[in-house]
Design a protein around this ligand. Sequence first.
Ligand SMILES: NC(=O)c1ccc[n+]([C@@H]2O[C@H](COP(=O)([O-])OP(=O)(O)OC[C@H]3O[C@@H](n4cnc5c(N)ncnc54)[C@H](OP(=O)(O)O)[C@@H]3O)[C@@H](O)[C@H]2O)c1
Length: 357
Amino acid sequence: MGLKVGVLGIGPVGEHIVRILGERKFPVDGPLTIMATRERDEIIDEMPVSVQKVSEDLFKKLDLVFFAGKEGAKGASLEWADIAVKNGCVVIDNGGDLRMYPGIPLVIPEINMDSVTKDTRLICNPNCSTIQMALALYPLHKASRVRRVIVSTYQSVSGHSGGAMELLKAEIKQVLSGESVQEYPAIFARSASFNCIPHIDRFEKNGYTREEMKMVNEPRKIFNEPNLLISATAVRVPVLVGHSESINAEFMEPMNAQKAIEILSNPVLSPGVVYIDGITDDKNSLEIRHDPLERRYPVASDIEKVEWKDSVMVGRIRDDMTVPNAINLWCVSDNLRKGAATNAIQIAEGMLEKGLL
Ligand SMILES: NC(=O)c1ccc[n+]([C@@H]2O[C@H](COP(=O)([O-])OP(=O)(O)OC[C@H]3O[C@@H](n4cnc5c(N)ncnc54)[C@H](OP(=O)(O)O)[C@@H]3O)[C@@H](O)[C@H]2O)c1
C-alpha cells in the first residue's frame, strides 16, 4: 500500500519531482495531487496531468507533499507549509524560506538523514549549489575536517525557474539574428546570453548575494559545524541545466590530492559522488584534445548520461600549491535532479526505510 502524495508547484522542480517519483517507483497510492496557484491541465513527458488550485482541503487527503513553489512572503512554503503539516502531511520543501529554522532538519540523505526523527513533519532540501558542494566535501571532512572553503559557482539558468530557460533561448535567438536583446531584470539582472552574471538572488547588506550566503550558512547546519568557514561567489552562466563549481578546500588534518582522490573515488566512503578524471601520459601528443583520457573531467552536459544524472560528479582534483593540506576540485551536478527533486525524493525514501512515513 502506497502513500497519498502531493506536489505543490509545477515549475521545473515540480515537474522533475513528478517524473522522478515515477522513475524510482516511489510507492504512490492513486494519482498524484498536483497543485499550483491556479487550476489547469498540463503535459509532463507527453502525459496529461491536471493541476488543482492549492487549498487546505487538498492537504487533508494527503500523507506526503513535496513543495516546489516560489520562495518569499507570497511563496508556497510560507503560505502553505504549516497548513499542510496541521492537516497531517509530512512536507519536504525545496524552497529556502525555512531552511535555517532551528528544529527543521536540512537534509542531504547521504550525510544527515539521522536528523529526521519520528517527530519530524517538515524537512527542508538544501539549496542546489549547497547540495553538490556539501556532498563532494563531506567525505573529505569526515577524514580530515574542513577548515575553510572558497567556492565559485557556474550556475545554469534553470536554477532561477522555467521562465529563465525560455528567456535565455529567446535572448540567444535575438543576439544571433542581430536584434537588440530585451532585458527582463526580474529574471536575469543582466542579459544572460553569451554572458556571466555575478549576481544570483538579492544582494545582502554585507555585499554578498543571498545565493552566496546560502552556501555559507547551509553547510554549517548540514555538517553540524557552526564554525565552518566558507567564502562563495555565485555566478549565472548561459547553460540551461547543470551547475558547476570550482572548490578550494583547506583541512585541519592531513589532506592532499591523492588522498582526496582515494576517498572520492570510493563509493562506500563517498555515496552519491562519482569521480571522473584522467590525464594522458603522452605530454607530447599533438592529438591531445582528441585523447579521451585527457578530456575526462565532468562538464554540465554530462548530466545527460543516465549513469551520472543523479550524482555529484567530481574531477580536476589537485593539490593547492600555496598552502598545506588544501586541494582544488571541480564539481558538477544536475540542479533540478540531485540539486532539488532527487534529493527530496531520497529524503522520503529514507523516511520510508526508517518507518517514519
Ligand atoms: N530550479 C532549481 O534549480 C532549484 C533548485 C533547488 C531548489 N529550488 C527551489 O525550488 C522551488 C521551485 O523552483 P522552480 O524553479 O521549479 O520554480 P518556478 O518555475 O518559479 O515554479 C514555481 C511553482 O510554484 C507555484 N507557486 C508559486 N507560489 C505559490 C503559492 N504561493 N502557492 C502555491 N503555488 C505556488 C507556481 O504556480 P503557478 O504555476 O500557478 O504559477 C509554479 O508552479 C523554488 O523555491 C526554488 O527556489 C529550485
